[in-house]
Structures are given as structure tokens and as C-alpha cells.
Write a protein that binds this ligand. Sequence first.
Ligand code: KG4
Ligand code: ZN
Length: 358
Amino acid sequence: MTSDLILGIESSCDETAAAVVADGRVILSSVIASQADLHSAYGGVVPEIASRMHVEAILPVIDQALEEAGKTLTDLSAIAVTYGPGLVGALLVGLSVAKGLAWATGKPLIGVHHIEGHIAANYLADPDLQPPFLCLVVSGAHSHLVLVEDYGRNTVLARTRDDAAGEAFDKIARAIGLGYPGGPLIDRTAEGGRTDAFALPRSRFADSLDFSFSGLKTAALNQFNRFHQQAEKAGSEVWDVISLQDFAATYQQAIVDVLVDHTFQALDQTRLKRLTLAGGVAANSCLRRCMTDRAADAGVLLSYPPLWLCTDNAAMIASAGYYAYKAGRRDELSLNATASLELTDDRYADSDARDLSI
Ligand code: KG4
Ligand code: ZN
């Protein structure tokens, strides 16, 4: 049986990536050119620099992905590309190249929602995974609890009302001088630290499972400033008053507690027993550990992608693109990049999608 090969292209933020995936599940190649080192000097992603770097990297990255897969453009069934949400200038680079390739080869073009890609990373990690399942999507820009009813059919059960979980990691890491990107740095620094070194709030809403991290972030900043003042009075340094390790571990635990609690409440409400994680923050070791423990207690089957499939990559875009392709979805060459794009629940049919805007 011949397989459907999808070329995936991703350029929504600071990773230029291309991958070839067979039948939505088997990665033949995956190439990622990260710009993180370049942006770290500025403490965050600079959109103009990101766009310029994507332009330089995109063609060599695609060439390498095809070469490592041992395939040519003519072997492909379709070309899948992230068209939103993300930085519009960055998205346009991947999308323009994808359109050019689709036009030149006559292969179908399939626009993929970035979050749908993150969710699909789970299909690559677990060959037996089938919808329905619950997915906690936590990245630098998003914190969502998504009910995946079928391939490409999603209902957003909860979202963040302010900062995303990754933002909460990145902003505090920058404020305390750890650097960028903050998530992995806090994760590493927190190892073996006390998780209750000081009090932090865990916000919740009475009537919804939505997340809010801004109160937690402000409380941590205020606490950091108090430690600073104590150190100044004593003529010492802030990390003599509280260890950096304990500060990071206590802050990380507060974020993870909120994510775990809301996720298991959503599982209770939906009566689902199948859970997955997605997005850059799903690489967090404390989150993985706490989710694994809670899942074991609750009799929930949990799986999550390996670290490199949690952060941005193109294999996940190719996988999501495959299921869109099989559902008959084709996009016109007029497809545009959309900085804030809805994750609709029925994007392959012409039905009126519910309001599930991100
Ligand atoms: O999914 P992703 O690569 O890009 C977006 O779509 O946003 O996620 C990047 C985010 C950043 O905020 C980064 O700090 C966070 O994921 N991240 C982590 C870890 N690794 C990456 N957060 C916590 N712990 C980690 N180990
Ligand atoms: Zn992402």
C-alpha cells in the first residue's frame, strides 16, 4: 500500500521547520532551525529579526527535510503549512514558500492551525491514539483545554483570560535575570528546590475552567521585590535571602498546580479517561511528573510527546495536515496568514463554526 507523504512547513514564531511525515504518523524527516539564541540577547522574540531569519533558512531547511526523507517534491501528496496564529511576518514566509511549491508542483495546499499541529504531535508520539481525548495545550502564546472530538474537530473547554502559561514562565525568568526562553531555564533551575518556600495564589473562576496567570505572576514579582529589599537592608544579595532554586521551584509548582487541577476537573466533567499534553510548556518536567501521578490516581490514560515534539516543529504540522487532507480539505492559493486565528470545531465542513476564538 502506498502511503500519503505530507511536507509540513512551520514558521509561526522563532523556529523555521520542515518535515516529511507518512500517513500522519511516521516521521521520515524533521528539520528545525532555531533562532532562540539570536533572540535571547533581546529577552524575547523580535518579529522583524524572526521574519528575516525565516527568509534565510526556509529553502535550505525544506531541501534538507526532503533529502533526509529520501523523497522529492513529486513524491508528496500535499503541502501543509501553518497559516496562523503567530507573528504575521513570520507566518508569511512559510506560507509564501508553501504556496509557491504548491503552484509549481500542482500539489494541494493545506493550511494548518498551529494549535491543531501541537495537538497532532500526540499522534506522532502514540501510534494508537485516536479521538476522543482531552488535550492540555500550553505554549508561549496559548493555554487551552481542548476536547478533541475527532480529527480536526475541536471544542475549546477553557482558555487563558490573560497570560499564557509559557508567558508566565518567560516573564518571571526575565524579571529575575534567568534569561530567555524562561520555561526550560526555570525547569532546570528548580530541580530539587523547595516547592513551598513562599505563598503564591492559585486563581480560579467560579463558573469556568478558564486560566489566569497574571495574578500569580504579579504576586511572584512582588515577592521577588520584597526579597530584594530584605537583602538590601542586610547588605547581601537577593539569592542569599531565598535560593534561586527554591524561588523557581515554588513558582513553577504554582503554575503546574493550576494546570493539573483544571485539567482533571475537565476530565471529570467530560467523563473522559484519555488525556494528552501539547505545546512547549508540556516539556516541563514538573508538569509531566504531576500529571503522571494524578492520572495514575484517577485511572486516566496519559500520553505526551517527547520534548522535541512539544516545542515548535513541522512534523506536527504535517500530521495535522494529513488528517485535513484525508478529510478532503484543500486551500486556495489566496490563503492568507492570520495572526489570531480561530480553532473552529468543524473546519472541514461548511457548517457555521461555534465561536471558539483563541
Ligand atoms: O510551543 P512553543 O515552542 O511555541 C509557541 O507556540 O509558543 O512554546 C514555547 C514556550 C515558551 O514560553 C517556553 O518558555 C516554554 O514553551 N517551554 C517551557 C519548557 N520548554 C519550553 N516551559 C516550561 N518548562 C519547559 N521545560
Ligand atoms: Zn507552538
